[in-house]
Structures are given as C-alpha cells and as structure tokens.
Design a protein around this ligand. Sequence first.
Ligand SMILES: Cc1cc2nc3c(=O)[nH]c(=O)nc-3n(C[C@H](O)[C@H](O)[C@H](O)COP(=O)(O)O)c2cc1C
Length: 346
Amino acid sequence: MPQVLFDDVKLNDTLSLKNRILMAPLTRCMADDNLVPTDDMVKYYARRAEAGLIISEATIIRPDAQGYPNTPGLFTSAQIAGWKKVTDAVHANGGKIFAQLWHVGRVAHPHFFGGDVLAPSAIGIEGSVPRMRELTYQTPKAATTEDIAQLVADYAKAAENAIEAGFDGVEIHGANGYLIDQFLHYASNQRTDEYGETPENMSRFALQVTDAVIASIGGERVGLRLSPGAYFNMEGDQRDRAVFDYLLSALNNRTLAYVHVGIFDDSMEFDYLGGSASAYLRSLYKGTLVGVGSYTAESGAEAIEKQQFDLLAIGRPFIANPDYVEKVRKGQAIKAYDESMLATLE
Ligand SMILES: Cc1cc2nc3c(=O)[nH]c(=O)nc-3n(C[C@H](O)[C@H](O)[C@H](O)COP(=O)(O)O)c2cc1C
C-alpha cells in the first residue's frame, strides 16, 4: 500500500481530506432529460465516497453550456434538489464532493438549447457531437462584452447553487478545450478587445470567473482545472506559454483550494511548456497541485513523493472499480477499464 496516498491532508482551514486520492471528473451522460441527477447517479457517487474528494462529472452552468446529451446542470431548482440527494449520500458515507462547473463554449450544439453557440471568437471546431454524430459543430458567435459579463455572473450563480445543493466546493472547469480554455489559447482566441491579443487580456476571462466564484463561495472551496498543454478540442501555439505564465502568476496572488491538471496522459510532453503539463504547472504555481493522467496508485504515489504534485486524481480506474481506494489500501488487484463500461453506471 503506497502510504503517502493515505495521509490525512489539510488543504486549508475549510477543507481537510481523509486521503490523497481524488476521483477525477468523469462525464457519464446519464442525467434525466431535464438534466437532473438520477437515483442511479446517487448510488454511483455514494459507492465512491472513500475517495479523499470526489469531483463531480462536469455540470453545466446554463442551457447554452451543453455539448453532450444528458449532462447534468446546476441552474434549475430540480437540478439543485437532484444534486442534494447525491451530496447527502456521499456525506452519509463519509465522503466529500466538489461540483465541476462547465461551459463548453464552441463545443456546444444548438440541438440541446436552440440558441447561439458562444465562444471567444467565431472559430469553429471540426467534427460532430460524440454519441450524436449527425450533429456537426457550428461556427460559434464571438461573445460580446455583455455576453461575457453574463457568463461570469452565471458561473458565480452556479457556484452558489452548488453550495445550496450541499457540495463541499466547486472545481471551475478551465481545461480540455472548453469555454475558459478557449480564451487561453491563440488558436481559439483572436479577439482584439480587452479579452484578446496579450497574455493579460487572454487571462482576463479565466480570472474574472475565478474571482467571481471566490467572491460568492470563498476561495478555500474553489479548485481550478487548467490545460496549458493543448491536447483536446484545441491546437497548441508557442505563444500560449506566455498566457499561462501570466495566469499562474496571477493565481499565486489568490486563495484557491487547488489547481488541477487537465490531461489524459501525464507522460505527454509539450515543446512550448518545456515538458509535461504537470511539471510546467508545478514550476510556476505555488499552491496545491492535483496531478492526473494514466497514473496507477503506485506511479501516482511515487510522483507525490518526488513532489511532482500533491494530490492524485484517478479517472478511468474509478469507473471500473467503485471500491478503488479500498482495493489500493488492501493491495488488491485493480480491474482494467474498458470503454464498454460507459454504458452503465455501476
Ligand atoms: C469517460 C470520461 C469522461 C471524462 N469527463 C471529464 C469531465 O467531465 N471533466 C473533466 O475535466 N475531465 C473529464 N475527463 C478526463 C478525466 O478527468 C481524466 O483527466 C482522464 O481520464 C485521465 O485520468 P485517468 O488516466 O486516471 O483516467 C473524462 C475522461 C473520461 C475517460
């Protein structure tokens, strides 16, 4: 048993975790047609309460944030009530849970909400919605400054709703090519106003959302996921490095629970970052860092011991093994993940 994973950790005065294993956010597309969490989702999360912290599947902050079928929301009273059942069940089993707050930006599809697709710039992505391949992506509308102010307010409102729903905090989804990340990369942000062209301007939306969420629920309960290395729904650009350099130095002046790497395989190296995404974040961010991406308990514990990051998030193995933490503790074999497991909520 890798002992370092089972240390208690006090992240701050508000948040202590019983171990260093986080359940990574995992979209499952199993909410009901009103985007309300179901009773099967209550059981799914409750079974995983041994994690030091569960991060919920990405949860949309408003209707036009949606890009995949049946992803849960946090903007109606029924959705808040549905999540309350999830958080109560996780707490009853001794766990903690954050809500991951999501807007997909240009990865949205009007099929789900019947309106404009908003993004920093009118630059679309190729392809179509997974599981609904007939829905090809559209060229988005460049958000106006009024649209942006409303988006910032809607993130803050969703964070308040998350607290009302009993979550212990929120993780702002700033990674994986979705809305916030679209402002942070040159390939998707070609604005010429105060949200584009320079590192400071391109970081502005991410920082405004972060500050608004901190103001509404307190920074000790706020995590932020970032993908400095473009790898999903995004093209990298050498110039992106300066944007993240700026953003991270600004984040060092704020109180957050943690920053979380958004990556599928942390052995990926990015030329413009001078190595892996986690090594780059560690070199600049002074607070708690959550690592993730094709780790086992053993390789993750080793990375923590080498101080590459502080907490380990586990994704796919948690789908395959609801009792992942227990198995690691007891040294039992971990069942391998395979994609067919996405069909049901075990
Ligand atoms: C089915 C599936 C759904 C995912 N959904 C999300 C999500 O909602 N939000 C997010 O930030 N990352 C999401 N991810 C990425 C994971 O959080 C994680 O970074 C990735 O799976 C790598 O970790 P692992 O190797 O331990 O699985 C998803 C990954 C998978 C496989």
